[in-house]
Design a binder for this molecule. Structure first.
Ligand code: MSP
Length: 650
């Protein structure tokens, strides 16, 4: 490669929604992309590794409102704030070259220009978006999103409605996209092609709604500013905008586009393998070489949620077990293309067996023996033996096998190949019994050969593990006395690179063993104690004066009866004694957290002068006060029994 222009490699992750803190599932794809980026750099490529955040849309707007801050303040906190997205990538040793936020000025400018270009070309046109509308929530829903024909958020009836919107002529590109998916290796793994073609293309691709007027947190369409660009043109174009497409911020579009690969989770494969190529075709731009749809990390076979007993906070995991161990586990435990079950137990087992036992022990035994028998520096005399051939052969051919797997993004298989050599090397120690050779003065040259082979195995394995575990690879190099050059990709393809009289430096244990039972018990105890977590947002709502506050009539009321509401899983119907004759009925969305029988007799606070509403057909006069807990649960505010029913709060 020296005499040619440097080859380039452009890799991306999806841009993450900063609507909540990221969990280990989000970390998975970023670690995989980072490993690929490091691998390509090791091979000598000039790499562009892009990640970022997808910050617009109704959900963020709603969450910000709930937190009483502006949408920008809300996303800034999750992206740049303490323990936010940027902090997490730093902690995980993510080597991205660029980070794009869809609220960056240059990105917004590009989105507007792309939208206009497509409009002028006739690939975007104005039409009507028809759907179901919930007036109180101001939200559009599709038929399939409704719950029992009602608004999935509040349970109230919806009406047929339409709003003016712009559409992208996706249907026009159906034939070309089908051809791309079926007849090229654009979408990987191959198993995902069938679903895309049969479920989405064959039934007929409809044009795509690409603007909205029902919310405002988005990039305005500059020639029709009551519209904001809706989701996919904004989100997907980040991959070209981050290279300077239609903006003056960067200037390496020609150098890096088309991307070599977009890594994406399986649920967004559809957008990346159908909508994205269609947008690029409409813009007359080359298509990315590959889209790789990886699987999901699951908890007990289901979606990740914080309430299931396993710790999924990447901060906690990295701090407890080390960044490299966590990175290794993610890519070793699960085949990248398929779903996998995450558990703390599997993680600890991997650390103990592969890292502490197989790799860590090999390193410490090898270095210790060089120190013990030769004072740390091997002598130059050698005595080879036919019994070395198998190991030496494996060391020499490892890089080719590893590369074959890495080129297919088969991280798990690449690691398996490396660990086959590590196991073989441990077996070689048993076969050659260096401790016996060490007792015999005439066997010194033979012993030196054996120990040299151990160090060579560690060198090649360490170099090839470096994209996965960068810090540990450096420690291995340091302990076995290998220089940067000796750890290079080129050197990893050969046996016999370390100098004959290499000097080792014993260091700390790479991966300490973890007591599985003790650790699981500790995690369990922590979980039960509900580890204090950061509040979601510390800002308070917009200031009001005392007069405005006085308008809210807060009262103490006692729950007399409580039953669940048919056809509304979230709702409970409560009869309250509010100090007035007859009492009142309130319907509250607390069913996921309370059983009716646990509430009867309890005293609560109600907002007593709220306009009565009907929720799922039941009259509700007022609202029970409750709070969101950091773990996602809801807690009703209970009042001491001594406070009379009907007491007014002030
Ligand atoms: N903003 C969009 C992507 C736009 S890309 C132009 C988005 N964001 S997301 O934050 O919801 O998800 C980001 C990525 O995280 C997706 O690829 C998704 O598949 C991945 N994951 C979220 N939970 C996951 C697991 N439990 N396991 C593995 N990946 C998962 O979608």
């Amino acid at each position: 490669m020296e005499n040619q222009e440097k080859k380039t490699f452009y890799i991306t992750t999806p841009i993450y929604y900063p609507s909540d803190r990221l969990h280990i599932g989000h970390t998975y794809c970023t670690v995989a992309a980072d490993t690929m980026a490091r691998y390509k750099r090791l091979q000598g490529y000039e790499v562009m590794f892009l990640t970022g955040t997808d910050e617009h849309g109704q959900k963020i707007e709603d969450k910000a409102k709930e937190a009483g801050v502006t949408p920008k303040e809300f996303v800034d906190n999750i992206v740049e704030g303490p323990r936010g997205v940027l902090d997490l990538w730093k902690l995980m040793n993510i080597s991205n070259d660029r980070f794009i936020r869809t609220t960056d000025d240059y990105h917004e400018l590009s989105v507007q220009k792309i939208f206009k270009k497509l409009y002028e070309k006739g690939d975007i046109y104005k039409g009507k978006y028809v759907g179901k509308y919930c007036k109180p929530c101001e939200s559009f829903w599709t038929e399939t999103q409704l719950v029992d024909g009602k608004c999935p958020d509040c349970g109230r009836p919806v009406v047929d409605a339409e709003e003016e919107a712009y559409f992208f002529r996706l249907s026009k590109y159906a034939g070309r996209i089908q051809d791309l998916l079926e007849n090229t290796d654009f979408l990987q793994p191959r198993s995902r092609v069938h679903e895309m073609v049969n479920n989405f293309i064959k039934p007929g691709l409809e044009d795509l709604c690409v603007s909205r007027t029902s919310f405002s947190w988005g990039v305005p369409v500059d020639f029709d500013p009551k519209h904001v660009v809706y989701v996919w043109i904004d989100a997907l174009s980040n991959y070209i905008n981050a290279l300077g497409y239609e903006n003056g911020k960067y200037h390496d579009f020609d150098k890096f586009w088309p991307a070599d690969v977009h890594f994406v989770g399986k649920e967004i494969v559809r957008f990346h393998s159908i909508i994205w190529p269609a947008i690029l075709m409409a813009l007359d731009l080359p298509l990315p070489k590959h889209v790789y749809g990886h699987g999901w990390l699951l908890l007990d076979g289901g979606k990740m949620s914080k309430s299931k007993g396993n710790v999924v906070d990447p901060y906690v995991l990295a701090e407890r077990y080390g960044v490299d161990a966590l990175r290794y586990f993610l890519l070793r435990e699960f085949p990248f293309g398929s779903d996998g079950n995450f558990s703390n137990e599997a993680l600890i087992n991997r650390i103990n067996i592969d890292l502490a036992n197989d790799l860590g022990n090999l390193l410490s035994r090898s270095v210790s023996m060089v120190e013990k028998y030769f004072g740390g520096t091997l002598p130059a005399e050698r005595e080879a033996d036919p019994m070395d051939e198998d190991l030496v052969g494996m060391i020499s051919s490892l890089r080719a096998k590893y590369e074959e797997q890495m080129e297919q993004y088969a991280f798990q298989n690449a690691l398996t190949e490396v660990f086959k050599v590590i196991s073989r090397t441990n077996k070689y120690i048993d076969e050659t019994a260096p401790w016996a050779l060490g007792k015999d003065e005439s066997k010194k040259a033979r012993l030196a050969s054996v120990l040299y082979n151990l160090l060579e195995s560690l060198r090649v394995c360490g170099a090839l593990l470096s994209p996965f575990m960068p810090q540990s690879a450096e420690k291995i190099a340091e302990q076995i006395g290998a220089s940067k050059e000796e750890m290079s990709y080129e050197s990893a393809g050969r046996y016999g690179v370390l100098p004959a009289d290499v000097t080792v430096h014993k260091g700390a244990t790479l991966f300490p063993r973890i007591d599985l039972q003790k650790e699981l018990a500790e995690l369990e105890a922590q979980h039960a104690a509900k580890e204090p977590q950061l509040p979601k947002y510390e800002g308070v709502a917009t200031l009001i004066d005392i007069e405005q506050f006085g308008k809210v009539d807060l009262r103490v009321a006692q729950i007399k009866e409580c039953v669940s509401v048919k056809r509304a899983k979230k709702l409970l119907k409560l009869q309250l004694d509010d100090g007035f004759a007859g009492g009142r009925q309130v319907v509250s969305g607390i069913a996921p957290w309370y059983k009716p029988e646990d509430l009867i007799g309890k005293k609560v606070i109600i907002a007593a002068n709220l306009q009565p509403v009907k929720l799922c057909g039941e009259e509700s006069s007022g609202m029970i006060l409750a709070t969101d807990l950091p773990d996602g649960n809801v807690q009703v505010i209970f009042v001491d029994d001594s406070v009379p029913n009907g007491s007014k709060l002030r």
